[in-house]
Design a protein around this ligand. Sequence first.
Ligand code: MGD
Ligand code: MGD
Ligand code: MO
Length: 761
Amino acid sequence: MAKKADAVQHEAPAGGWGSVAGMAKVLFREKPTPAALGTLLDQNKAGGFMCTSCAWGKPKHPHAFEFCENGAKSTLWELTSDRCTPDFFAAHTVTDLLNWPDYDLEMQGRLTEPLRYDGATDRYVRCSWDEAFVGIGASLRCLEPDSVVFYASGKSALEQSYLYGLTARFYGTNNLPDSSNMCHETTSVALKKVIGSPVGTCVLEDFETCDAIFYFGQNPGTNSPRFLHPLQEAVKRGCKIVTFNPVREQGLVRFINPQNPLQMLSGQATELSHLYLQVRPGGDIAAIMGVCKHIFALDAARSLTTQASIIDRAFLAEHTSEYAAFERTVETTSWTDIEREAGLTRAQLEAAAAVYAEAKNVIAVYGMGLTQHVHGSQSVGMLVNLLLLGGHIGRPGAGVCPVRGHSNVQGQRTVGISEKPELVPLDLLAGQFDFEPPREKGMGTVEACEGLLAGTVKGFISLGGNFVRAIPDHERMEAAWARQELTVYIATKLNRSHLVHGRASYLLPCLARSEDDVQADGSQSVSMEDSFSHIHGSIGKRSPASTSLRSEVAIVAGIAKATFPPHPKWQWDAWTADYGRIRDLIETTYPDQFKDYNRRMFDAGGFYRGNPARKRDWKTETGKARFTDPTVLSAVGVGDAPGRYHLITMRSNDQFNTTIYGHSDRLRGLEGSRMLLLMNPDDMIRDGLKQGEVVALMGDAGDGATRAVEGLAVTPFNLPSGCVGGYYPEMNPLVPLWYHDVESKTPAAKGVPVRIQKIAR
Ligand SMILES: Nc1nc2c(c(=O)[nH]1)N[C@H]1C(S)=C(S)[C@@H](COP(=O)(O)OP(=O)(O)OC[C@H]3O[C@@H](n4cnc5c(=O)[nH]c(N)nc54)[C@H](O)[C@@H]3O)O[C@H]1N2
Ligand SMILES: Nc1nc2c(c(=O)[nH]1)N[C@H]1C(S)=C(S)[C@@H](COP(=O)(O)OP(=O)(O)OC[C@H]3O[C@@H](n4cnc5c(=O)[nH]c(N)nc54)[C@H](O)[C@@H]3O)O[C@H]1N2
Ligand SMILES: [Mo]
């Protein structure tokens, strides 16, 4: 029998001894050497290497242990002593490996030798680097540039990313999708439109002086644990956090700092969220509308007194456009509609508005809970509306803070990995490298998937990542993927994408960020950009997992050299010998943002590449910060219907995207399996479902296609009624490819229409 909703969720604090135990498990499994453990102490410090996990900022004055449970897991995952050698591939055909779970594939350890797919034996076999480069170059020369996609996953550093973008453009295409297309593309498009900058306006120090944080759809306990420290500090000095999330994420409820012995011994957790509002999936537009509506009411009441107004009218007049339409919509939208779409009461939203009204400085934080919706861009626009009302952008202690995912995903976009030619200084590149760059728009992730289905994409190069596993409509896409002429994977570990290969396929093992990268001119360093637009240098010191590994820079240069005829300005060997030369090229292409790049890259806290919106310089169409008038109250693309649920695809605390470390979602109290269907207990009773009952989830997008995931155990969980939860990437067959944010095409993985199918007994 199912229990009441609030009784079904584990309420232990984030951090604390649990995070230490989480790390110990990884240590046991990966068996790193003592020297590898020492590497952790170097993490996120100037002169050390930058964490391979998330993009959270690195403070000027780092803690002795400037890493978290999940950062440590990610580093140890790279430094494992397991090796996936050619012998492993000799023992298993690719067809056989296709039946292996993702977890088992990656747990084979680091790839050690370059491999080529051999159709006759259905195996990956060892090949030399030269053989690989010559083969790839020959295939690329036979393909039309527009039929080849150059995908990048957001981990690769700025130097290799810049070279990779150049390589695609020298080849003749802007087909440069990035993992960002599945992630914060909504941010890049929506923020650019409304504040003229595609990235957040906050810097780390803003969290020292903010009075309120409005926190939407981001899970710091799992995805950016180092963020818990500034949040805890902020709360201790009186800042109030108002959280909007369908799931009560423990990281946002309470936190024990594992680096604070007193807290650890006393078990005294800090309560983080002042208000925790379990909004319906996609209900954020309505929720913010309600908050704004009450701010209007409070402000009107204040205007009759001597109290300062909440709405900053001077700021609105000087700095914003299109306020009137927004104001009218807030006034005419009824509380009934707001409450229904948000799934929250008027009283709850009024309480949130009261926090805003009392705060001098407000920060809005968000993640995938806003971006991965069909109307995600409108949610982001609405959040910016909320900030603009009180003039909370462009001054210290306030601003908009999208929390980025991969450790250099923001930076890749900065240095030219973009399918959108208008975002890249093509004229400058043309002169700098003496070539005619392609001018047509390239393919983003969704277009690349459409091209694969249509058969127009014939070659795919992956700088990291696990594309086939990460994209929507997983099963349909795998079938299309395998029809390609050429697939090339630059990777550290084996994953499913490598097995769904094209006719010719190469698996090229690269150095990891924590490893010593020795080139002709000596050991090289690389750099990345964090969520706050700060650039940090990173030096790997560990000895490489295999002597045959090459750096990503060397691999990209190797492919390019084998593909293009010699060109006096394309200095592949010199660039590979000394990455400082690549940084000089970046500085030439982006002189304002990367001034004195080589000199500043190891500055403590990173160097800031600047953001005009932070200085209230609005690079928008109207020259002002733009209010937007939402056309919908719910961000989901397919509304309610009897029997329909909206599925949130979630990350567990024991995974990094498609890399599954284990089966413990400690912070949610879920252990042992990822094939779970999390459900509101009242919905379970209504549907006659029992805890542990195994069901199938069926797509319910109304497009006639059959989409299904079977074998899910019903699990009562504290979720709003009408919404269910399941893990990414297992749930990806249920996300239709066309179900994406209207403006940015980010797949809408958080409000997927599904139906539960009972298994007949
Ligand atoms: N350990 C670890 N760290 C990671 C990653 C990882 O997989 N593991 N992935 C990295 C990457 S690439 C990224 S992009 C980030 C992702 O980090 P996040 O942005 O935190 O992404 P998710 O965990 O997918 O979902 C975020 C939250 O949105 C909530 N949510 C779902 N739907 C809605 C909604 O409609 N409204 C609101 N308000 N909330 C909603 C979910 O309950 C969840 O708490 O983390 C990065 N860091
Ligand atoms: N349903 C659903 N789908 C989603 C999401 C969701 O929330 N729900 N989230 C989306 C998001 S936010 C993202 S960012 C994407 C993630 O999509 P990707 O970035 O494509 O996937 P990852 O799982 O991060 O890639 C893992 C692989 O990267 C390789 N790798 C690791 N380190 C390195 C390195 O240093 N160099 C190289 N060359 N390779 C390396 C390893 O081989 C590893 O197997 O998934 C998206 N898909
Ligand atoms: Mo991401």
